[in-house]
Design a protein around this ligand. Structure first.
Ligand SMILES: C[S@@+](CC[C@H](N)C(=O)[O-])C[C@H]1O[C@@H](n2cnc3c(N)ncnc32)[C@H](O)[C@@H]1O
Length: 251
């Protein structure tokens, strides 16, 4: 099974939008989502020894750097080479520039520095690679924390990821998932949706219930909370979304 043919996350438009989402301004008083998730994940992982973390579906890398303020070693993995290149560029040249949408055809060039976020001293602890959450290479293992924010409803076969992720965590390791559960056939064939459908008996399957079934054998569900985020599309158009964070401790 191949990932869906048109990977929107490789386009300049999406690279700019995610750079702005992760490294740009905050809107409507909503905290930077990557920062909020990383801080919450660090707090939930406080009983680990903070050795090794994995930020899966890391996009342009903000949360990976934020985790490196606490963890000794962080892997940031994303399917999009263009996204991974942003994190690497910030490590290499200590700044990135990206295009932000204005009205119509108007574009603004924005530039941020690694020092704007105090990532300079920790950036060498982060290791970015292009990879597939549904078919991770064997070396990505031994984590105290695995964080996968807004990833599962963008995977082509999320069960491949969810059914085996426990194998990559240390005992008592923490798995932090967030998702707004926006299942779309554009990303995931309907037969692979984790939830958001009615089964053959007409019973509605919610993603959270399905996650409990899929993960329950290896994890204890330790917390659930809402985490909002805002993505700027244009100066006058924003996506405001409430993601659900579920926190799982490996048994
Ligand atoms: C909605 S974005 C979320 C990005 C970031 N984690 C966040 O919370 O903002 C989904 C991300 O998952 C990545 N992705 C999609 N399919 C993937 C796969 N099979 N393996 C790894 N990453 C994938 C995309 O490239 C994109 O960066």
């Amino acid at each position: 099974m191949e990932i869906k043919e048109t990977n929107i996350y490789e386009t300049d438009e999406l690279v700019g939008q995610y750079c702005d989402f992760q490294y740009g301004d905050e809107y409507f008083g909503v905290t930077n989502f990557a920062k909020a998730c990383a801080h919450k994940a660090v707090a939930y992982a406080k009983e680990t020894n903070y050795s090794k973390a994995l930020d899966l579906g890391c996009a342009t890398g903000y949360a990976s750097f934020e985790l490196a303020k606490t963890f000794d070693y962080v892997d940031g993995i994303d399917y999009s080479q263009a996204f991974v290149n942003v994190g690497r560029e910030l490590q290499r040249s200590r700044h990135i520039s990206y295009t932000q949408n204005g009205e119509g055809e108007i574009k603004t060039r924005k530039e941020v520095s690694i020092d704007d976020f105090n990532f300079g001293n920790v950036s060498s602890k982060v290791h970015f690679s292009q990879g597939d959450a549904c078919a991770l290479a064997p070396e990505f293992t031994g984590y105290d924390l695995i964080m996968a924010t807004n990833l599962i409803d963008r995977l082509y076969q999320p069960h491949l990821f969810l059914k085996s992720i426990h194998e990559r965590l240390n005992a008592n390791g923490i798995f932090v998932l967030t998702s707004p559960y926006t299942w779309k056939e554009e990303y995931t064939d309907k037969e692979f949706w984790v939830g958001g459908y009615a089964d053959e008996n007409g019973q509605e399957i919610t993603t959270l219930n399905a996650l409990m079934d899929m993960l329950g054998e290896h994890f204890e569900l330790v917390a659930i909370e809402d985490v909002p985020f805002v993505i700027r599309e244009t100066p006058r158009k924003f996506q405001y979304t409430i993601s659900q964070m579920s926190v799982w401790k490996k048994e």
